[in-house]
Design a protein around this ligand. Structure first.
Ligand SMILES: C[S@@+](CC[C@H](N)C(=O)[O-])C[C@H]1O[C@@H](n2cnc3c(N)ncnc32)[C@H](O)[C@@H]1O
Length: 273
């Protein structure tokens, strides 16, 4: 089988072309973005050993293991992060939350205090620190193992984010200009969880209606916001109205939601007067 046929074979098994190519590049030890190389070498034959090893990667993916876990890396907001099963595989949708947080502190010369709640791999906090080098960026997670990987990513990228183990805002002191969070928001009996069994349940599941953690964060947030500060939250596709109600209930103003590229209300936020 040549390399083009390897990719075609993966597609017949049901994998998107991009994933088939990424896994093949990983198997061959090539840079993951180097799809041009694959096209230029598509008539090259794969060895029997390469085919067997590629097939085992395909089976892992067909068993719903995220590509990021298989290849050990993920691009997020232009940052190359190390990823493994200690943390959620960061989603492209979450870049919307980062863009919104950056819009809330538009002056790159200012030094706002920013906090990422439930940082996982560190994706949001690290993107904010990279885009706003003068900001004092903090990141918390309840999971020590997630924090270990986030700290590793910060060190590898040379970004001076401060990490704290905390149940949401419990171990955090002081006030912030922006609180940002992509918390767990899937209901505990949601059928989608069946295809997410490789990711930490603590990163996904949030009580019977998926809103348990959003409720806790929203209740704790106003006490940790400067006047004029923003709380920005990612949530499920059908949770925007409920989250806006919760934001109003704690007295935040300018409550609004932002849509993702698919036109789904993906994030909601409000400002402390
Ligand atoms: C959906 S993941 C988001 C990870 C990362 N921010 C991202 O966007 O890729 C949610 C994160 O919240 C953390 N978490 C869950 N419950 C928590 C709690 N009570 N306090 C702090 N962090 C919590 C999980 O460990 C997980 O890393």
């Amino acid at each position: 089988m040549n390399l083009a046929q390897c990719v075609a074979h993966a597609q017949t098994l049901g994998l998107p072309r991009l994933e088939a190519q990424t896994l093949l590049l990983h198997q061959m030890g090539r840079p993951l973005h180097d799809r041009a190389w694959l096209l230029a070498h598509d008539t090259e034959a794969a060895s029997v050993a390469q085919l067997a090893s590629y097939e085992s990667l395909l089976q892992r993916r067909l068993n719903h293991e995220p590509v990021a876990y298989i290849v050990g890396r993920k691009e997020f907001f232009g940052l190359n992060l190390q990823i493994d099963d200690r943390v959620l595989d960061p989603r492209a949708d979450t870049e919307l939350l980062v863009s919104w947080a950056l819009a809330c502190c538009p002056d790159p010369a200012s030094a706002p205090r920013l906090l990422d709640l439930g940082t996982g791999s560190g994706a949001i906090a690290l993107a904010l620190q990279q885009q706003r080098p003068k900001a004092e960026v903090w990141a918390v997670d309840a999971s020590d193992s997630a924090l270990g990987l986030a700290q590793h990513n910060a060190l590898a990228l040379g970004l001076p984010v401060h990490f704290v183990q905390s149940h949401w805002l419990q171990n955090v002191s002081g006030q912030f200009h922006v609180l940002v969070s992509n918390p767990p928001y899937i209901a505990q009996h949601d059928p989608h969880l069946a295809t997410l069994q490789h990711e930490p349940q603590q990163a996904l599941v949030s009580g019977p209606d998926g809103l348990k953690d959003l409720r806790e964060i929203i209740a704790q947030a106003p006490g940790h916001l400067h006047d004029g500060g923003w709380l920005l939250l990612e949530h499920g596709w059908d949770q925007a109205a409920a989250v806006r109600t919760l934001l109003h209930e704690v007295g935040l103003t300018c409550v609004q939601s932002k849509m993702d590229l698919a036109g789904i209300e993906r994030c909601s936020g409000g400002q402390k007067k």
